[in-house]
Write a protein that binds this ligand. Structure first.
Ligand code: NAD
Ligand code: UDP
Length: 313
C-alpha cells in the first residue's frame, strides 16, 4: 500500500514511517518541519519506498495514495502554545484537508487525536464515552479544542459522506527521537538528569500521567488501520500504569544515576491533575495492550538521549 503520513518527520511520525517501510509499504511523508526533522528519518531516508515532501497541511494537498494518517500538529505544550493560532489552524484545516482527500479517493483516513480532548478530567480512568472537562479559552485550548474540532469533522465526514475514518485518542507517549528541546516531561527530565541539572517539576508533582512506550503505540496504529467493520468512533491508546510526576522524576534520577536536585516551579494553568486511559475498547477491538513497562522504556530512551547529547558536545 501507499500511505500518506502527515507530520511524518516528528517523534511519532518517524516511528510510524519506519514501521510501514519495514512492513513493505510505500510512504509519502508530508511535513513542514516545525518540530520534526529530517534527522528523525536519517536511518531510512535512502529507502526508495519513502518520499519526503516539505508542505503544510493547512494548504490543500493531493497525492495518489491508499490511506492517509494525519499526525501533523505540534504535541508539546511548549511548541503548541508558542504559535497558538497556527496550532488551531493546523488541527482544523489539517483534518479538513486530509478528510477531503480521503473522501475524493474513497480511502481510509486516520486522525492522531489526544487524551487532551478529556481536558482536566473529573473521572478516572477516562473511557471513550466521557465528554471531558475542557477550558475553551485557556492556554491549552488551541490544542485541546483544535483536536476536538478535528474529531467532530471526522465523525461528520463519516455520517454525511461515509468517509472511512479512524480516530486514535493517544495518551502520553515517549521514546527515542523526541527532540532534546521538545519540552515534554519525559525528555525534559532525562536531558536534565543526564547533565546533572535541576529536574524542573511544575507544581508539587502530585499530578499524574500514564506513559506509553512508542513501539507499543505504533503497533496499535497499525492494528487500527487493519480494522474492518462497524467501529467508527475514537479509541483510547495508552499505557494504563499511572505515575505521579514526582515518581517519574525519582525514577529517572535513579535510572540515570544522576546528581540532579529537584526544583519545584509554578504549575501552568489548566494542567490536568490526572490522566489514565481505560483501554478496554482497544483491547477488545484491536486485541492490543502495551507490553513495555516504564522502567524498560525509560532505559531505552535514556540510551538514546545519552548518545544524542554526547554527539552534540
Ligand atoms: P511532534 O511535534 O514530534 O510531531 C509533529 C509533526 O508534525 C512534526 O514533524 C511537525 O513538524 C509536523 N507539523 C506540525 N505542524 C504542521 C503543519 N501545519 N503541516 C505539516 N506538518 C506539521 O509530535 P508527536 O509527539 O510526534 O505527535 C504526533 C501527533 O500525535 C500529533 O498530532 C499529536 O497531537 C498527537 N499526539 C501525540 C501524543 C504523544 O504523547 N506523543 C499524545 C497525544 C497526541
Ligand atoms: N512537567 C513538569 N516538568 C517539565 C515538563 C512537564 O513537571 O519539565 C509536567 C507538566 O506540568 C504536566 C506533566 O509534567 O503536569 C506532563 O507534561 P507534558 O508537557 O509532558 O504533557 P501534557 O500531558 O501536560 O500535555
Amino acid at each position: 500500500m501507499r500511505y500518506l503520513i502527515t507530520g511524518g518527520a516528528g517523534f511519532l511520525g518517524s516511528h510510524l514511517v519506519e514501521r510501514l517501510l519495514l512492513d513493505g509499504h510505500n510512504v509519502i511523508c508530508l511535513d513542514n518541519f516545525y518540530t520534526g526533522t529530517k534527522d528523525n528519518l536519517r536511518n531510512f531516508i535512502q529507502n526508495d519506498q519513502l518520499e519526503v515532501i516539505r508542505g503544510d497541511v493547512t494548504e490543500p494537498f493531493s497525492f495518489e495514495v491508499d490511506a492517509i494518517m494525519n499526525l501533523a500538529c505540534p504535541a508539546s505544550p511548549v511548541h503548541y502554545q508558542r504559535f497558538p493560532v497556527e496550532t488551531t489552524r493546523t488541527s482544523v484545516l489539517g483534518a479538513l484537508n486530509s478528510l477531503d482527500l480521503a473522501r475524493k479517493l474513497d480511502i481510509p483516513v486516520f486522525q492522531a487525536s489526544t487524551s487532551e480532548v478529556y481536558g482536566d478530567p473529573t473521572v478516572s480512568p477516562q473511557n471513550e464515552t466521557y465528554w471531558g472537562n475542557v477550558n475553551p479559552i485557556g492556554i491549552r485550548s488551541c490544542y485541546d479544542e483544535g483536536k476536538r474540532a478535528a474529531e467532530t469533522l471526522y465523525m461528520d465526514y463519516n455520517r454525511q459522506y461515509g468517509t472511512k475514518i479512524r480516530i486514535a485518542r493517544i495518551f502520553n507517549t515517549y521514546g527515542p527521537r523526541m527532540s532534546v528541546n521538545d519540552g515534554r516531561v519525559v525528555s525534559n527530565f532525562i536531558v536534565q538528569a543526564l547533565q546533572n541539572q535541576p529536574i524542573t517539576i511544575y507544581g508539587d508533582g502530585s499530578q499524574t500521567r500514564s506513559f506509553c512506550y512508542v513501539t507499543d503505540l505504533i503497533d496499535a496504529f497499525v492494528r487500527m488501520m487493519k480494522l474492518e467493520g462497524s467501529l467508527v468512533g475514537p479509541i483510547n491508546l495508552g499505557n494504563p500504569s499511572e505515575f505521579t510526576i514526582l515518581q517519574l522524576a525519582e525514577k529517572i534520577i535513579e535510572l540515570t544515576g544522576s546528581r540532579s536536585p529537584i526544583e519545584f516551579e509554578l504549575l501552568p494553568s489548566d494542567d490536568p491533575k490526572q490522566r489514565k486511559p481505560d483501554i478496554s475498547l482497544a483491547s477488545s477491538a484491536l486485541g492490543w495492550k502495551p507490553s513495555v513497562e516504564l522502567n524498560e522504556g525509560l532505559t531505552k530512551t535514556i540510551e538514546y538521549f545519552k548518545e544524542k547529547i554526547s554527539k552534540a558536545n
